[in-house]
Write a protein that binds this ligand. Structure first.
Ligand code: MN
Length: 488
């Protein structure tokens, strides 16, 4: 997403004369340039809009230009908002209203009516806010001084969520085989998902992957194994298993890149012609920003890729996760998350080790190599997208990850331990009440607010379980939302 930029559209009108408009334009350019130095993506000043045509034109261009991931508006002066209706009604890109002003302080001696006419964002931003409310526009409102760090952080987070929208709209998921038999939560309406989120979710035969694997050369494997050796500690003598994983990774990456897919799924129930479930292979692909979902879970796979893109540097600390088992000792209540093999090394506290172990589940002829590590401590979220029949629900829960409280020397997979908020058991009750899946995306650098922004932009239901959630309030919220989303 290197090419991404955001556009700064400033509202005004002709009433104040050319000098005021010149000042507005100069300041807007200065603000865009200064903000671009501290935000993760450039903010490009586009226009001081004074007419319906100027606004409609900039919106049409924003819709058309792929590099524009969203617009940020602000009204330095009053900008009568009937002239925004045609433009805003046509807007197809994420929209943030920055309610700020150029000056931080009211200048006691200097202030007169000229100053008031030039610096009336308190006035202009309300008119602008009304029309967006009146048009039922999905938007983010951020109020505060434009040079404050808090404002920068919130703008940055919104930009990252908007990048998540762009990634979602271009998302292609490669399914190697179908979903695991009989599982409900990994199913979903692919047509509805494409309409709402833009995802193209299609299947490829495992046999085609095996054909691609057979074309991988020893030299290609040597090069990838050298990369494994540089990034990970080798804690196995089973070189053949590592080389086999490298072969799987190379073949999968070629197929993904050829089709423009940035997410994939497979299932242990369909590895026909393969000796090992891809473990290390899937983990190292995730480390490069690809999404993954086990057991054919294409929803969690695409969400993994989207959250990664929304994270730090465009490939953040987010990965496919599964709730496995609990520690229910009073005062030490934790959830232990892992997967059969496929936990992303971006979640690791330390350098991961490559190990090989027997895997009893599935069609593994040989012991698969995988990365084993402990997850980082710190605040995070877990995210689940479920299909409610007729609509999608995004559930986000705040978590506190800890260093696993015991070494678990015989557990042959990467593991993350956390406490769900508000506390483990209440959090579990809320999660289960909302219908959250056992598969999630766990993220250390994407926040619940960013996911709320993303869900608003995608026009899907959003449920947040955090420190203040109670099962009673949540039950009522879900009841109301069920009605609202039936009407929408
Ligand atoms: Mn699973």
């Amino acid at each position: 997403m290197k090419q991404v930029e955001f556009w700064f559209v400033v509202g005004s009108q002709f009433l104040y004369g050319p000098e005021v408009l010149e000042t507005v334009e100069e300041r807007a350019k200065e603000m865009a340039a200064e903000l671009s130095k501290v935000l993760p993506y450039p903010l490009v000043y586009k226009v001081t809009a004074k007419t319906n045509t100027e606004i409609t034109d900039v919106v049409k261009e924003a819709n058309y230009r792929d590099e524009c991931a969203g617009i940020i508006t602000w009204c330095h002066t009053f900008s009568p908002s009937k002239m925004w209706i045609n433009g805003l009604a046509a807007l197809q890109k994420p929209y943030c209203h920055l309610a700020t002003q150029y000056n931080k302080e009211i200048p006691n001696d200097e202030i007169d009516m000229d100053f008031m006419n030039l610096n009336q964002a308190a006035h202009g931003d309300r008119e602008h806010g009304f029309i967006a409310a009146r048009l039922r526009m999905p938007r983010k409102v951020i109020a505060g001084y434009w040079q404050d760090e808090k404002v920068h952080k919130r703008l940055a987070d919104w930009m990252k969520a908007a990048v998540g929208v762009a990634v979602s709209k271009g998302m292609k998921v490669m399914r190697f085989g179908d979903n695991m038999r009989e599982v409900a939560v990994t199913e979903g309406d692919k047509v509805e998902v494409q309409r709402k989120l833009g995802w193209q979710v299609n299947t490829w035969a495992v046999g085609d992957l095996v054909k691609e694997m057979n074309k991988v050369t020893e030299a290609e494997i040597d090069a990838l194994v050298a990369e494994y050796e540089a990034r990970y500690d080798i804690a196995t003598d089973n070189t053949a298993a590592i080389r086999y994983q490298a072969k799987e990774e190379i073949a999968m990456k070629k197929m993904l890149d050829r089709e423009g897919c940035r997410a994939f799924t497979n299932t242990f129930q369909d590895l026909y012609g393969m000796e090992q479930l891809p473990g290390l292979a899937s983990q190292h692909l995730m480390a490069q920003g690809y999404g993954y979902g086990g057991e054919g879970d294409w929803k969690v796979s695409a969400m993994t890729a989207i959250l990664k893109a929304m994270g730090e540097g465009g490939n953040g600390a987010s990965g496919f996760m599964e709730d496995y088992t609990y520690h229910l000792v009073e005062g030490q209540e934790y959830s232990l998350g892992a997967h059969m093999l496929e936990v992303c090394p971006s979640l690791a506290a330390d350098k991961p080790r490559i190990e090989t172990h027997h895997l009893g589940i599935g069609m593994n002829e040989k012991d698969p190599a995988r990365l084993v590590f402990e997850g980082k401590a710190g605040r995070g979220i877990v995210v689940s997208l479920i299909d409610m029949g007729g609509r999608l629900r995004l559930i986000v829960q705040d978590i506190e990850a800890v260093k696993p409280i015991m070494p678990m020397p015989n557990l042959p997979v990467a593991r993350v331990m956390w406490r769900a908020l508000p506390d483990l058991t209440t959090g579990v009750e809320c999660w289960i009440t909302a219908g959250g899946a056992h598969h999630t995306v766990l993220s250390y650098d994407v926040t619940a607010e960013m996911m709320r922004d993303w869900a608003r932009m995608m026009d899907i239901e959003f449920v947040h379980i955090g420190a203040d959630t109670t099962p009673e309030k949540l039950e009522e919220e879900l009841l109301v939302k069920d009605l609202v989303w039936k009407l929408k």
